[in-house]
Design a protein around this ligand. Structure first.
Ligand code: AVJ
Length: 322
């Protein structure tokens, strides 16, 4: 079977340079922060797959339930011939949408967009095989900074699943939504998954499971920095925290220094100090209300045409039309 060509708008060098710039900024700021992209090397992606199978990590199951139950309604409203999936990763939920668009009789093309060429190379062949006649066209790009690389023709449904929207800071989220609204033609649709505000215990357990899979996922970022930047972080010197921050309605994953540490980061020509108890933020995961989603989509120029949740109301899919 021949592999459809990938359209590469982001070279390994570009991605590397962007990550290094983020690391330099984040490791020298107060408090220290990292961008979540550092979490997803091969080992991190494997651990994330394990997270999605944990009973505590409800967002994955809840989104799949919502998608399965409402995919036909979504497909009928969107009436798209092209499904564009931003941050498609392993494309694990894509078939639910593809099947529904196929049943609606409109589907012609699938465009997975991801920063990781290897994720696309792994996911695309199976889809090509499973959907004969579907035109699959992978795009390697960072959709958070570059939406121009998404093909413009056809009537598109752009999907951002997994709660990825929650990983943005508020300003970045609004800028992304505006850029996306700008990139869409009138009548084209945007489907976005958002995890919803709920009791703190449920939220914290989802990001700090008793088996320690999420802790291993979080701590793995230090091994990534050691490998990629030649740093000498001692992962045993840190512990994983999941903190609910009600003022910003988000879970923050943080790594807390168990003791004072001096860390060298040769590739960035940098040395940094951690005080005992100092916390470095590694990811934010914003939890939304229906009003918040509606207001933010409206502010970006979308109309909110559908709100679909799992039966227990834990996670929502919003369909917005340009
Ligand atoms: C896939 C990025 C949305 O924020 O819930 C899961 C990542 N981090 N457990 C999320 C994640 C820790 C996940 N996203």
């Amino acid at each position: 079977m021949s592999l459809p060509a990938l359209d590469v708008h982001l070279t390994a060098e570009d991605a590397d340079a962007a990550l290094r710039a983020d690391a330099r900024r984040g490791l020298t700021s107060t408090p220290k922060v990292l961008t979540p992209q550092w979490l997803y090397d091969a080992r991190g992606s494997e651990l994330f797959e394990e997270i999605t199978a944990l009973p505590e990590y409800y967002p994955f199951t809840a989104e799949r339930e919502a998608l399965t139950e409402h995919a036909d309604a979504i497909a009928r409203t969107a009436a798209a011939d092209t499904l564009v999936e931003l941050g498609s990763g392993s494309s694990s939920k894509t078939p639910v949408l593809l099947d529904a668009l196929h049943r609606a009789g409109t589907l012609r093309r699938y465009i997975p967009v991801d920063v990781s060429p290897s994720a696309l190379e792994d996911a695309v062949p199976g889809l090509v095989e499973a959907y004969p006649g579907l035109d699959v066209h992978g795009v390697v790009a960072d959709f958070t900074s570059d939406l121009r690389s998404v093909p413009r023709d056809g009537r598109r449904l752009v999907a951002l699943l997994g709660g990825t929207l929650g990983n943005f800071e508020p300003a970045g989220r609004q800028a992304f939504l505006e850029a996306l609204a700008d990139a869409l033609d009138p009548g084209e649709a945007f489907l976005v998954g958002t995890d919803l505000v709920k009791d703190e215990a449920t939220l914290v357990a989802a990001y700090d499971d008793p088996q320690g899979v999420t802790a291993a996922f979080d701590l793995n970022v230090l091994s990534v920095l050691n490998r990629v930047l030649g740093a000498d972080f001692d992962p045993d010197g840190f512990e994983h925290l999941a903190v609910w921050v009600p003022q910003s309605s988000r879970i923050e994953m943080r790594l807390r220094a168990r003791r004072p540490m001096h860390v060298r980061v040769p590739e960035l020509d940098l040395a940094i100090d951690f005080a005992e108890g100092e916390e470095m933020r590694t990811e934010i995961s914003t939890k939304f209300t229906r009003e918040r989603v509606r207001d933010e989509l409206a502010a970006a120029g979308f109309s909110h045409d559908g709100w679909f949740t799992d039966p227990r109301g834990r996670f929502a899919l919003s369909l917005a039309v340009r």
